[in-house]
Ligand binder design. Structure first.
Ligand SMILES: [Zn+2]
Ligand SMILES: [Zn+2]
Length: 299
């Protein structure tokens, strides 16, 4: 049973389903996709995605602002806002966040600040962070390492991975999962397949990133969760296991990512309680954690 670890359910082209998201989801379910993480690209997505998820037990959502959003939107996504929106149990993750210098580096500084805030919000809520990176591999690893030095292990995933092995290796060393999309099936993506074969099975996730990046043989068409098994098939072949096995492993990995993030929060809560820091304002929390770390209490 497949887990689509990254799809934009509020942006799908529902024309083939007479406008019904329910029918698009049913088509995916029939193909074995049993869980969907509906990822937000801006704060306005929150209510829409929550409404979708509230009607389905197999859908969770994320909260966040994509690095390509305007500086205004990124500025609105404060740690306080992200943390308060993420209180809903339907919020499984924080993001998507990260760095994207493909179109411009004009907002690079704002993007980096926003990225760090999302990571802080993930740490404060016990939810994994969904990292998007494009044309910014050195800075992305830079922020991940900097935040790792501040918080210790951060739970999350580099989604729609298209970078080189050195970047994957750097992220894996910090404990991140690596997720592949339909790009892995493209004819000209041999370099990426060479990277994917080296990612350990217990750190792999799969996604459609629908409606974008439809896998072969649907390349160029609007993507949907129904096509996830085509992504899985390529990865299964690379790792020389069955699609069913790949589906099971990546679903288990997804569960573990969520669970480990939750458990790390519980540990942090105990430390906070022990230090009687519970009445501090959230804005103070990043600082609190660094104090905790400096005292060597997080291990
Ligand atoms: Zn993305
Ligand atoms: Zn996305």
């Amino acid at each position: 049973m497949f887990t689509d670890s990254h799809c934009h359910l509020n942006r799908l082209d529902l024309t083939p389903y007479n406008g019904s998201l329910e029918r698009a989801l049913d088509a995916a379910r029939l193909a074995g996709v049993t869980r969907f993480l509906a990822v937000a690209v801006d704060l306005d997505d929150y209510e829409i995605l929550l409404d979708i998820a509230n009607h389905h037990t197999d859908i969770g959502i994320s909260v966040g602002a994509h690095p390509c959003e305007s500086a205004e939107m990124l500025t609105l996504a404060t740690v306080d806002t992200l943390v308060s929106l993420a209180q809903d149990p339907k919020v499984w993750a924080i993001g998507e966040t990260g760095l994207d210098y493909h179109y411009s580096t004009e907002n690079a500084e704002v993007q980096r600040e926003s990225f760090s805030r999302h990571i802080a919000a993930g740490q404060l809520t016990g939810k994994p962070v969904i990292v998007h990176t494009r044309a910014a591999r050195a800075d992305t690893l830079g922020v991940l390492r900097e935040q790792h030095a501040l918080f210790g292990k951060i739970h999350g995933v580099l989604h729609c991975f298209t970078e080189d092995w050195a970047t994957a290796e750097g992220a894996l060393a910090l404990g991140y999962y690596v997720s592949f999309s339909g790009i892995i099936s493209f004819k000209n993506a041999q370099d990426l397949r060479d990277v994917a074969i080296r990612v350990p099975l217990d750190r792999l996730l799969i996604e459609t990133d629908s409606p974008y990046l439809a896998p072969m043989p649907y390349r160029g068409k609007s993507n949907e969760p129904l096509y996830l098994p085509h992504v899985a098939r390529v990865l299964a072949d690379l790792h020389q296991i069955s699609v069913e096995k790949l589906a099971q492993i990546t679903s288990d990995n997804f569960d573990r990512m969520l669970q480990d993030a939750q458990e790390s929060l519980q540990r942090l809560d105990k430390i906070h309680a022990a230090l009687q820091m519970n009445n501090h304002h959230l804005n103070q929390s990043t600082l609190d954690i660094s104090i905790v770390r400096d005292k060597g209490l997080t291990g």
